[in-house]
Design a protein around this ligand. Structure first.
Ligand SMILES: [Zn+2]
Length: 231
């Protein structure tokens, strides 16, 4: 299941000139879908294919209902603050669900989780999250970490050094959109819309295609490793 973040009344991060996360990640997600549909033995479902609002918990419920083997949520980030901070904060990072180990990763998750304010019953997340992080997170932790590594490898070799990695390229935090997925799950922060160069990249069709191919190749690698499918 490919999950383009945000949508509808929730734009996600927005750049200074108005490039919206919800649009960028939908374009990347659709390209991942198209690429994976050409691979034998892989079935792809999308949590959204249009500019519509989808609550976080509906996204994982959708993936659980489809009995998906992998859940990939695609996002882009932005930071506030002065020009210096915006220029010095750049790069992609791939996350799996676990308790954050540092303040930076924690604040990324807080920015992504903030969307629940736009949902009808935001209180359900605080009721659910502690239980679910124990149940689902640990069971699929190793495979989720492996998937992060595979995507990170594809990004660092396949994106022609156009985009750097943030910190070590892989991180962990409590993203509510991953919480409750009964399958390995990862969240990709594709780059920063608050960074001039990355905003242009993320909004560029060719770059979106390269990133989608990298994600698609990582999915194929994951299937070979964990499903034993003769792809
Ligand atoms: Zn997001």
């Amino acid at each position: 299941v490919i999950d383009p973040g945000h949508g509808g009344r929730d734009p996600g991060a927005t750049s200074a000139i108005g490039v919206k996360e919800k649009d960028v990640v939908l374009k990347i997600g659709l390209k991942v879908r198209d690429s994976l549909r050409k691979k034998p033995g892989i079935t792809v479902f999308m949590t959204r294919e249009k500019d519509v609002f989808v609550p976080l918990s509906d996204r994982t419920k959708f993936a659980n209902d489809k009995m998906a083997h992998l859940f990939i949520s695609i996002h882009a980030d932005a930071v506030g603050g002065d020009k210096k901070r915006k220029e010095s904060t750049s790069g992609y990072k791939i996350y799996f669900l676990s308790q954050a180990k540092n303040e930076d990763d924690k604040s990324v998750a807080m920015r992504e989780n903030a969307v629940i304010k736009l949902e009808e019953r935001p209180q359900r997340y605080s009721e659910l999250q502690d239980v679910l992080i124990d149940m689902a997170g640990n069971e699929y932790l190793r495979e989720s970490q492996e998937m992060c590594i595979l995507i990170e490898q594809e990004f660092s070799s396949g994106l022609d050094k156009k985009i750097s990695k943030l910190h070590k390229g892989i991180g962990q935090a409590n993203f509510w959109v991953l919480n409750g997925a009964f399958m390995p799950s990862v969240l990709i922060e594709a780059g920063f819309l608050s960074h001039d160069k990355e905003e242009k990249l993320l909004n560029d069709t060719t770059f979106q295609g390269s990133m989608a191919h990298a994600i698609s190749d990582a999915v194929v690698g994951f299937c070979k490793r964990f499903e034993g499918a003769g792809l």
